[in-house]
Design a binder for this molecule. Structure first.
Ligand code: MRU
Length: 356
């Protein structure tokens, strides 16, 4: 998608370096950053210079390429893979991408390993782009249906940033919106600000603005009243891990939006590439929920009148904080899963119908 009219992907490989857009600086500054070592990749994931389930998976895949460039030694590569997986715990794409890379590299000789690793990392990147495009085409049909019935602007609520900045391109939750906009369907997006890191206000609103899509930032708690007032036609969110039973783990606050949607008969869709499905666990209590630094809660970041990024504390130093980054929305609250292969019920039957 575009920034100031120029097309970008969120990650690319150039001259033996990995290039990323530093998302900690957005929307105030557009900075392209070089990752030179596997440590740089781990750090970029931990500090959320790159974030969003599909993008951290791709960053980890390219991180392994960097580790081979640094030190083409099997024990170093293996240690790097473990550190990459540990860099963030909840999004399954990270583990999925690293395991896929390691499986591909298994038994490959020193001479060929770099070329094969780079090809596989590029394949992960390109595959995600294709998945997200198809998610968009499949979700577009739902928006079209609402638009045909309503004959007016379709109001869509989204949480966090499941936009192109969270993937390689298109996004998951935003892809149907981009496709609808490109087809001339009138859409307006309610953007949850998504405390504590404000990925909605900082990133989703920014990328929608850059594509010329009407959007309004709301506080995380405003969705309920908007749904009661009939001002939300549908919700679309992303996911960091979807279980085979259709339970969906996503950014903290998603569950409360789904409860509110259920109470108000608002369809609640989750958009995901198959790389986000965790077939291995059955109970959502087994999902590791990331607990992040309390400073994300106690401080906010913005720009001053000189456009300098500043961080300020907003509550007493001695107040305790709990910063859980994700929650789980049970399948019974999800109207449907929008995947690259089609839309299905949030259930084992639904998912297995699409993915054998
Ligand atoms: O903590 P983040 O910013 O990495 O969380 C991102 C989300 O929760 C997204 O909704 C999810 O990764 C889906 S992204 C296509």
């Amino acid at each position: 998608m575009k920034i100031e009219g120029k097309s970008y992907k969120t990650i690319w490989f150039e001259n033996n370096l990995v290039k990323i857009i530093d998302q900690t600086k957005l929307p105030h500054k557009f900075v392209i950053k070089d990752l030179k070592t596997v440590k740089d990749s781990i750090n970029a994931i931990k500090t959320m210079e790159v974030r969003g389930a599909p993008l951290i998976g791709a960053t980890a895949a390219f991180g392994l390429v960097l580790s081979i460039i640094e030190n083409n030694d099997l024990s170093f590569i293996k240690k790097s893979s473990e550190e990459l997986i540990a860099s963030r715990p909840t999004a399954i794409n990270l583990k999925w991408a690293v395991n896929r890379m390691m499986k591909k590299l298994n038994g490959i000789n020193e001479k060929d390993i770099l070329k094969i690793a780079l090809n596989e990392a590029k394949a992960i990147k390109e595959e995600d782009e294709g998945f997200c495009k198809n998610i968009g085409l499949n979700g577009l049909k739902i928006i079209e249906e609402i638009s045909n019935k309503k004959k007016d602007t379709v109001n869509i609520l989204t949480h966090c940033n499941a936009g192109w900045l969270a993937t390689i391109d298109w996004g998951t939750a935003t892809s149907p919106i981009y496709h609808a906009h490109q087809k001339g369907i009138k859409v307006h997006v309610w953007v949850d600000e998504t405390r504590p890191r404000n990925q909605g206000a900082n990133l989703t609103s920014y990328e929608l603005n850059e594509e010329g899509i009407s959007n309004t930032v709301i506080t995380d708690n405003a969705g309920g009243i908007l749904m009661q007032r009939g001002q939300v036609d549908m919700c679309i969110v992303g996911t960091d891990r979807t279980l085979s039973n259709g339970d969906v783990c996503n950014k903290i606050g998603t569950y409360l939006k789904a409860l509110s949607a259920k109470d108000n008969n608002v369809p609640f869709y989750v958009a995901l590439p198959s790389s986000t499905i965790d077939w291995s666990i059955k109970d959502h209590k087994q999902i590791p929920i990331e607990e992040r630094n309390s400073e994300e809660l106690s401080h906010v970041e913005g720009v001053d009148e000189n456009n300098e990024i500043k961080k300020v504390r907003i509550y007493p130093k001695n107040s305790k904080s709990l910063n859980l980054a994700f929650d789980v929305t049970p399948a019974k609250l999800v109207t449907g899963l929008i995947t690259e292969k089609g839309v299905c019920e949030a259930s084992e039957k639904g998912l297995k119908g699409l993915f054998k």
